[in-house]
Every structure is written in C-alpha cells, then in structure tokens.
Design a protein around this ligand. Structure first.
Ligand SMILES: [Zn+2]
Length: 286
C-alpha cells in the first residue's frame, strides 16, 4: 500500500511525526539491505503493473533506492513509478492528454504502451543527433512514432491549456531559467491539470543553490564546482545549474500553480523504499 505525506513547507518535513516516520523507514531499509547480503533482487508487488514482481537494486550494500528498485515487469525505476502513481492516471478520460519532457526513455515508452495520449520531447539542437534519436524512437515504438520532437521548455510550442498531466523528471535542474520553464508548464496545463515533477532536492537546505548561470555574453559562469548528470540524449553529461530546495515550491506558486506540495511516499512491498520525493503541483479550476 502506498503511503503518502503531502508537505507544503520545510517545517512540515521536519515535524516530529514525519521525522519519526523517516527514521523508522530508514531503519527498515537498512535492515532490508543487510538481510539481502549482497543479493540485488527484492520480491514485491508493483502498483503500476498491478502484479507480483521483482525489484532489482543497484548500489550493493548501500542500495540506491531512488534510482533503482527497477520493476522486472514495467522496467521502471522507483522514482518514475512513484511519480506515475501520484498522477492518478486511471482518472484520465478519452481525449485527455499528457506532456512529458522526455521522449527516448522507458518512462515515455511505458505511457505510450499504456495507450495514453502522450506527447514527449527532448532538447536536442544537433540535427544529426535528432536523426539518430528519431531512428531509436521508431524502433522502440514499433513505428508508432518516428520523429524526435525538439522543445525548449522555456518556450514550448504548445497552445495554452493543451494538457491534463505534465511529467518532468530530473530536467529542471539543467534549465538556467527554471522559472520560465515553470511558467510554460503552468500555461500548457488545463485548469484542474496536474504536474508531477522530480528534481534532485536538498531537503535540509533553506534555499536552492545556484550552481551556474548564463553570463551576459552567453557563456556559462560557474558559481560552485560544476556538477554533471548522466543524460540519455547526450554523450557528455548535462550541467546542473541548480541544486533545488524548498524555495522551488514558491517558484511553482509564482509561476501560476495553486496547490504545490512536496510529496513523500513509501511502499516497501511496492518497491518504493528510500526517500521517495516528488513535487505535485496543480492548477485550480476557475
Ligand atoms: Zn511494474
């Protein structure tokens, strides 16, 4: 059973009852990791697949709970499955649409296979690379799609209120002007629409860290040691411009979202161990 806690502020995250829960979970995870004794597979039940499955871990004695617990059936890691479960996908009706800021990933292909009306995009400026990725998409989708869609998340080409759900997984930290991206996310969502966003999130910090920015001459200015993350569509890693913290929730509010929360989730049996966090932001109907 998925247990979730919706937290609107840093204070809520550090409230005694939430601190106690997190300590309990951490102890349970440590116990589980120790009992695995080097094995990398946990039996369980995937809520997304609605079936018994096995979850594969990476990280050895200290499992990377956020980036693994990969379900043997859907092939999705815990962070992505958690985000999909929060989005209440079964509530979507015929004609409802989803936007996702990725198009070459297992998560995107899963949405397509689930028969959901989904538009995905990547940020790829190099035409040769676009061509290669288009081929990859054609193969992965069995010809259902054959063109990589290039989008700049700070200047989306979609009309207003086009989508019912929006997913963006570990993308925003790579966008220099992340507030412009959030305004675009709010713009393309329908009233009543829901965005589920993950980013590496520093729960301890009071404010986000600006790691780098774009200088007046267009070059990158580093404010701290550069940090690069793996990028599925680029060989070189992708520079992180931010390490986000709680003020990011205010940036969502400032961009036009009404209810914005950091959701903490747990389903030990369901392959959602560790600190599962996602931002859930909705636009009210008005
Ligand atoms: Zn699954």
């Amino acid at each position: 059973m998925l247990e979730i806690h919706r937290l609107a502020t840093r204070a809520a995250f550090f409230a005694p009852e939430i601190e106690r829960l997190r300590a309990e979970w951490a102890a349970d995870d440590a116990h589980t990791a120790a009992a695995l004794d080097g094995a990398s597979v946990l039996a369980g039940h995937c809520e997304l697949c609605s079936q018994a499955t096995r979850f594969t871990l990476v990280g050895g004695a200290d499992p990377n709970w956020r980036e693994s617990q990969t379900c043997a059936r859907c092939g999705l890691i815990s962070r992505v499955r958690f985000a999909f479960l929060l989005a209440d996908l079964p509530a979507l009706r015929r004609g409802d649409a989803i936007y996702m800021t990725e198009q070459t990933t297992p998560a995107y292909f899963w949405l397509l296979r689930a028969g959901l009306d989904t538009v995905g995009s990547e940020y790829v400026e190099d035409p040769t690379r676009r061509e290669l990725l288009s081929n990859y998409i054609r193969i992965q989708t069995g010809g259902l799609e054959s063109r990589l869609r290039h989008e700049d998340v700070t200047r989306l080409t979609f009309r207003d209120a086009r989508f019912d759900r929006l997913f963006s997984f570990d993308v925003l930290e790579h966008v220099p002007d992340h507030r412009a991206a959030l305004r675009e996310f709010a713009r393309v969502l329908k009233p009543g629409g829901l965005a589920v966003v993950t980013v590496p999130f520093d729960v301890n910090a009071e404010a986000s860290l600006r790691r780098a920015s774009i200088g007046p001459d267009g070059t990158i200015v580093h404010h701290v040691a550069p940090e690069y993350h793996g990028d599925p569509v680029a060989d070189a890693g992708c520079l992180a411009f931010h390490t986000f913290s709680w003020d990011l929730l205010n940036d969502f509010r400032g961009a036009g979202f009404d209810a914005v929360e950091l959701v903490l989730g747990r389903d030990a049996e369901g392959g959602l161990r560790g600190l599962q966090l996602a931002i859930l932001a909705s636009k009210s109907v008005r």
